[in-house]
Design a protein. Sequence first.
Length: 317
Amino acid sequence: MTHFTVLGPGGVGGLLAGLLARAGHDVTVVATEPTAERIAADGLRVDSAAFGDFTIEVAAEPELTRPTDVLIVAPKATALQDAVRRVAPEMVRGALVVPLLNGFEHMDVLRSAYPGAQVLAATIWVESTRVAPGHISQTSPFTTVELAAANADPDANAAADAGGAGPDERVDELAAHLRGIGFTTEVRDDEQLTLWQKVHFLMPTALVCSHAGAPIGVVRTDRRADLLGVMSEVGQVAARLGLTLDSDRVTAMADGIPPQTKPSMLRDREAGRAMEVDALGGAFLRAARRVGVDVPVTARIVADLERVDGGSAQQRP
């Protein structure tokens, strides 16, 4: 049986952990001590528009104590450095590591932290929020995961050399497991395109909604120029990287989202939590500088959000 470990059982990680456990998989969640204690005592509660409401028992611990086959990495980007310390490299040697974070710079962080694992590029399209430790609320009609099998770590080929499943075969098996719990799952062969297509959608929606302090229905009318401006700048940077993005498709997606939808970054701003401004906007600005593209709309919004985030940080415990 495949052993799944979910690092960071928040909105995304908690939803996947609950669904995998409900389907009978061997699942361990790794979280901060208080969250691990709560889940170990009370189980994971999931309230889901797509999958129904349920509570399921799941093993939970503050540090991974046994090797795993699949490590799903799902903390906020602001907590990634602390989170990876909870899973030692020897626990994921030869495993698949599936990061479901926003942005793209986390790939280098995880490949450095887990040199003996196959770190996949992956994206998830779902609206899911942690209401409280061990309590997840999923509200979106869309539930999709994309996996990119390219650029596997050479060390991860050892299993195939020893007669076990090769990297591509293991990715297909993972995709089958995710489809089995109800997620639409696609396996792709272009790591950068997979990541940047999510960035193309998330940059304008997350940044502009958070900047406006309003859900997408307000932003796509009152702040449409900024929405389309950020989207265009992402496309320009991607083009310099040799990637072709479809702005018409992303515009249609943004226009089709239920108007009350709030990106997680906006929810973090409303709650006074640290926002993923640097992991998303900061990473994009660094990429734009490397390829020599001017991105004034994004730069203005990111600068404003950094000031807001810095002010909130002074008030956090």
